[in-house]
Write a protein that binds this ligand. Structure first.
Ligand SMILES: CC(C)(COP(=O)(O)OP(=O)(O)OC[C@H]1O[C@@H](n2cnc3c(N)ncnc32)[C@H](O)[C@@H]1OP(=O)(O)O)[C@@H](O)C(=O)NCCC(=O)NCCS
Length: 334
């Protein structure tokens, strides 16, 4: 057991003080954290139909390597909550925050951890921006601490579309304009797709939330993270497509999908060059992904969208997506 653990065990607190202490996550090992992550896996499965085991295993490996900055909420030697963050150049990204929901004081512990994370990141030399999107937390739950520390808040929706069963709406046929060809994502698409993402999100609310979208290099990093690394589910090539303008042979849109559970897909990106919008191409890309997933017995397709992105929200609702959750994205620029 870690030394910090024993220190907590031995310390006798007056009864009117909370018995929970916030300690550096790097004092602990995967054995200490695993019971809490098992509980978190259940919560992700229940709320978001998302199998969090892959992410949990990755977190545990980083914890054992003592390279994950973050905090543990510790009571009588057990971890009852944890949070971690990562540094990406001059940006800090809050990776996760979870407290055992069985505790009546869970919210108070979460807010205490939020304070620690914000203070640490805002005071880290060279950190000019902090982003946080905590999907399992209902909008508003943690807002007070973020907003009072100078963060902007954006409401985001977690939506899902049933692909099978009685709740499944009909998937529209794929009706692309004649000069648009759709084909599977392939290795050659990174550079042109990065250009499409950067153009699609220029002056768009989502590039306030995710600054990677603002440059080609950032969009390329985003694509590499989504396609090559299992941070946001496992990339599903069979349901990921690009739209090509045939006459000029240029890539003008894309939809990328990951597998977040055996039978659940998650759209990690869908966008079009501005001049190709409003012709049903976006709808057809989503329909193409839905057909591929349904043919392979997937039962659900989920995605996240900023509530203020009205055009996209309207399109998803029209296709039959329903709301599973409303959560907050927070952004601070120093
Ligand atoms: C979201 C996005 C992919 C939608 O693509 P799109 O091709 O414009 O969507 P569609 O054309 O299928 O549908 C959008 C509207 O065009 C209408 N439309 C469809 N076919 C049309 C046609 N032939 N002529 C004119 N309008 C048409 C649809 O009825 C729909 O109307 P609505 O806005 O009243 O719902 C696109 O707007 C985009 O790239 N946005 C920026 C990036 C973004 O926000 N991505 C989503 C992040 S979650």
């Amino acid at each position: 057991m870690a030394a910090a653990h024993r220190a907590v065990d031995n310390y006798r607190r007056p009864p009117w003080l909370s018995t929970v202490e916030i300690l550096d996550l790097r004092h602990f090992s995967s054995d200490d954290l695993r019971p809490l992550l098992d509980r978190e896996v259940e919560v992700w499965g229940g709320l978001l139909a998302w199998d969090y085991r892959g992410s949990a295993d990755m977190i545990l490996r980083y914890v054992d390597a003592k390279i994950l900055p973050g905090y543990a909420a510790v009571e009588r030697g057990s971890i009852v909550g944890y949070s971690f963050f990562v540094y990406e150049g001059s940006k800090g990204v809050v990776g996760d925050l979870f407290v055992s929901p069985r505790r009546p004081d869970a919210r108070a512990i979460e807010l205490q951890m939020v304070e620690h994370i914000i203070a640490t990141l805002q005071q880290s030399p060279g950190i000019l921006r902090v982003e946080a999107q905590l999907l399992t937390h209902q909008a508003g739950e943690l807002a007070v601490n973020f907003v009072s520390a100078g963060f902007h808040r954006y409401r985001r929706l977690f939506l899902a579309l049933h692909l099978r069963g009685a709740d499944a709406p009909p998937i529209p046929p794929v009706g692309m304009p004649r000069d648009i060809l759709v084909r599977r994502w392939s290795e050659q698409d990174y550079q042109p797709a990065a250009g499409v993402i950067t153009a699609a999100y220029r002056a768009h609310i989502d590039s306030e939330i995710n600054d990677q979208y603002r440059t080609n290099a950032g969009s390329n990093r985003f694509l590499n993270n989504i396609v090559r690394f299992p941070g946001c589910g496992v990339f599903d090539l069979d349901s990921s497509f690009v739209a090509i303008h045939r006459p000029s042979n240029t890539l003008i849109g894309l939809i990328l999908c990951s597998r977040v559970k055996d039978d659940v897909g998650h759209v990690t990106q869908v966008c079009l060059m501005p001049e190709y919008r409003g012709q049903g191409i976006g709808e057809s890309l989503i329909a193409t992904t839905c057909h591929s997933l349904r043919n392979r017995n997937f039962s659900l397709l989920s995605l996240t969208v900023t509530e203020a992105n009205q055009r996209a929200v309207d399109l998803y609702r029209r296709l039959g997506f329903v709301e599973l959750r409303v959560f907050d994205a927070f952004v601070w620029e120093g």
